[in-house]
Design a protein around this ligand. Structure first.
Ligand code: NAI
Length: 247
């Protein structure tokens, strides 16, 4: 089977598919023959060929409407890539309740919300797969990332529990745990805070065991690998894409 046929006839939702890792996944799935619906706050950034849908994953009505639009456009849903996420910085006393609720809602509850809304369609698919974007923050003990790590740890655990729940229905559920990646989110943070962004970037690269940031397309390839119909026996797994950070 050629790469261009691997996802032929399948329909994928990619949340946060207008930027960074999600955009790279959407591009790769399109190149591999899938129909792709991008759910994003800014759907104009969705790659050419995708169905860009304005969707706030932290809002149930918005998610349900987008799922129905995608299913109506393509006649079903086979793959859900739960990738949309936002950052949060600080120690345990840094974030107030409103911030905790917001980040938990966008990063964690969205995974349940989008997957649940798509579940009736996934149950009808011969090749149903969900891939969740966790993070190295789930397991690495990163400083100044208590809230963010809590959300990514939750996604890690949810992946295992959801995989167990749906394996007998033929729905595979896996996760990736990227290390620091070269995305607009990371780069804009660097540029806005650092006095000498180029020096900061050099140090950031040097802190990675393999000497550089992870490229979004590398995460995208791992997500596509886990979502592929060729991986029919892979479920409940988490794939590190972190240049050896946890090695
Ligand atoms: P990014 O900021 O470049 O892209 C995120 C996309 O999600 C944007 O298009 C944004 O509009 C969308 N989005 C944000 N909130 C949304 C909402 N409420 N509803 C719908 N769409 C929303 O981010 P990046 O770096 O590509 O990150 C993607 C995922 O990968 C996130 O879940 C992040 O936590 C995770 N991750 C990123 C790492 C990195 O170093 N960049 C490392 C490990 C995990």
């Amino acid at each position: 089977m050629s790469t261009s046929e691997e996802f032929a006839g399948l329909t994928a939702i990619v949340t946060g598919g207008a930027s960074g890792i999600g955009r790279s996944v959407a591009e790769l799935l399109l190149e591999s023959g899938a129909n792709v619906a991008v759910f994003d706050l800014n759907p104009d950034g969705a790659p050419h060929g995708a169905l860009g849908l304005q969707c706030d994953v932290s809002d149930r009505a918005s998610v349900e409407a987008a799922v129905e639009s995608a299913a109506a456009e393509y006649g079903g849903i086979d793959i859900v890539i739960n990738n949309a996420g936002i950052g949060a910085q600080g120690q345990v006393d840094a974030n107030d309740d409103a911030e905790w609720n917001k980040v938990l809602n966008v990063n964690v509850v969205s995974v349940a919300r989008v997957t649940a809304a798509a579940l009736p369609y996934l149950r009808k698919s011969e090749h149903a797969a969900v891939v969740n974007t966790s993070s190295i923050a789930a397991t690495a003990g990163l400083p100044e990332r208590v809230l963010y790590s809590a959300t990514k740890g939750a996604i890690y655990s949810m992946t295992l529990a959801m995989a167990a729940d749906h394996v007998r229905e033929g729905i595979r559920i896996n996760a990736v745990c990227p290390g620091t990646a070269n995305t607009p989110w990371v780069m804009s943070g660097l540029m806005s805070k650092a006095e000498k962004p180029e020096e900061e970037l050099r140090q950031l690269n040097a802190r990675q065991p393999h000497g550089r940031l992870v490229e979004p397309v590398e995460v995208a390839r791992s997500i596509a690998f886990l979502a592929s119909p060729l991986q029919g026996s892979t479920t409940g797994s988490t794939l590190a894409v972190d240049g050896g950070m946890q090695g």
